[in-house]
Design a binder for this molecule. Structure first.
Ligand SMILES: Cc1cc2nc3c(=O)[nH]c(=O)nc-3n(C[C@H](O)[C@H](O)[C@H](O)COP(=O)(O)O)c2cc1C
Length: 188
């Protein structure tokens, strides 16, 4: 698969098979991702992959955060929702927490965030060439200090995303993009 084909054909995956992706494949994917541009060669990305039994505490920390935020109510209906969300999240083979150290300088911080975003997209594209699917997620628990504490992450770190990873059960249809002419202006 060439680069342009992967760029166009990659899709966000919402349904994963149960089979895990082996560690070598995941390391290879993240190795390709690390060819992302990075100012001052800071390579700010850090990755924790939660898989197998390691998913349990991570998923419980997510659910606890949803409960604190009120997204999951502490009533009977909430209990049902909690059970189904837990099952749903535990069925995803891998959750990759992508984070980076917070630079006190706001410009450096932006550069680092941008580099990590490039890293993430590289990972998605590399994964696609190995038939591995990903979903890039950003959710409110990433701003919850208690969540940081629960997963043992230093608050000097910024969580950029959680990537859900596995072999696709179903590949969604392509979502067409706006013709670039609508957004592109040559200033001559
Ligand atoms: C920064 C970022 C955050 C995203 N967060 C979520 C998310 O929390 N949940 C979700 O379902 N999709 C999320 N997405 C995926 C987008 O919904 C998806 O890329 C979009 O629908 C286009 O589909 P495609 O990736 O298959 O082309 C996110 C994408 C980006 C770039």
């Amino acid at each position: 698969m060439d680069l342009l084909q992967a760029l166009q054909e990659r899709r966000s995956i919402y349904n994963f098979k149960r089979d895990p992706v082996d560690k070598l494949t995941l390391s290879t994917i993240f190795t390709y991702a690390s060819w992302a541009p990075t100012h001052y060669m800071k390579e700010p990305w850090r990755i924790h992959v939660y898989q197998g039994e390691g998913r349990k505490a991570f998923v419980h920390a997510i659910i606890a955060s949803y409960e604190r935020s009120g997204m999951i109510k502490r009533d009977q209906k909430g209990e049902k929702m909690k059970a189904s969300m837990t099952d749903f999240l535990l069925a995803i083979p891998h959750h990759a927490l992508i984070y980076f150290p917070i630079d006190a300088d706001p410009i450096r911080y932006e550069e680092d965030y941008a580099a990590v975003s490039a890293f993430i997209q590289n990972a998605q594209l590399a994964a696609w060439t190995f038939d591995v699917g990903m979903l890039w997620t950003i959710t409110p628990y990433m701003h919850d200090p208690a969540f940081y504490k629960d997963i043992g992450l230093d608050e000097q770190m910024k969580i950029a995303a959680v990537m859900q990873i596995g072999y696709p059960q179903k590949i969604p249809n392509s979502k067409p993009r706006t013709p670039i002419e609508d957004k592109l202006t040559f200033m001559t």
